[in-house]
Write a protein that binds this ligand. Structure first.
Ligand code: KIV
Length: 257
């Protein structure tokens, strides 16, 4: 097992695990100072490309962004999301994961789990490809947003599925929008770290979409805390540039050759 993954796993029950998404070198360079894990999330389909869903994302698009992210990340674990149609069967999943890892030099890949794709996790494990799972609200497979694990049936299903994913060899698992008590039970029941998004502070770690927490994406559901308002900051800077160009105050002599 890779040293970086061992270090990540050792945090379970000891230290909270810090994770954020990145789609580029400039952001991953900053995140790398603080994050245990940087996810090249397929949320880039929504955030960067303005798509309503993540469903039509191309493998090459993920590879291009992941290459850029890897350039800025030296110490954090870099994990790349596999696009929806890139892991429909084990053979295709392995071929595409190997391509992602070879071209981007990332440490691991992530897939969204449904009730049919446990064999894909097993196939990755067999091929020594480090894989992260993802349960709860999984945008690749769910048509409508819903908080998961609110009743006993859902709770039992999620607990069972999480354990199966762990047994299949995943090194960690994202819990997205799972009710607090259920997220706590899964976290206690598993030996691998759980990384929550909208699933309370009772998970082993937390992840947010960086563009959301920086106030840049315009998407701020209840589980997002805005740590900055970059939209406002950028607007202010661009407004000043606009004014200075029009008034011929930029560039000055010191900005010219
Ligand atoms: O695509 C993504 O950014 C994700 C996170 C929300 C966990 O999967």
């Amino acid at each position: 097992m890779k040293e970086k993954i061992k270090k990540f796993l050792s945090k379970k029950n000891k230290k909270k695990i810090v994770c954020l998404t990145s789609y580029s070198k400039s952001i991953s360079k900053i995140l790398d100072k603080y994050c245990d894990l940087i996810l090249v999330g397929d949320s880039l389909a929504n955030v960067l490309y303005g798509n309503k869903t993540t469903h039509n994302l191309k493998l090459q698009t993920m590879i291009n962004h992941a290459k850029s992210v890897s350039l800025g990340a030296k110490k954090s674990l870099v994990v790349v999301d596999m696009p929806k149609d890139s892991y429909k069967n084990s053979k295709q999943a392995i071929k595409n994961a190997k391509k992602i890892i070879k071209e981007t030099r990332c440490d691991a890949i992530k897939i969204e789990n449904n009730s049919h794709n446990l064999n894909i996790v097993k196939a990755f494990t067999k091929s020594k490809i480090s894989v992260m799972g993802h349960i709860g609200y999984t945008p690749q497979f769910k048509k409508k947003f819903k908080v998961e694990g609110k009743n006993k049936n859902e709770q039992n299903y999620l607990l069972r599925n999480a354990k199966k994913i762990e047994k299949a060899g995943a090194f960690s698992i994202v819990l997205e929008c799972i009710e607090k008590k259920t997220a706590q039970k899964i976290t206690k029941f598993l030996n691998i770290p759980t990384i929550g998004i909208g699933s309370s502070n009772l998970c082993d770690g937390q992840i947010l979409v960086t563009d959301d927490m920086l106030g840049l994406s315009g998407f701020y559901p209840k589980f997002v805390k805005k740590y900055a308002n970059l939209e406002k900051t950028i607007d202010k800077a661009v407004k000043k540039f606009d004014k200075e160009v029009k008034l011929n105050r930029f560039p000055l002599g010191k900005n010219s050759f």
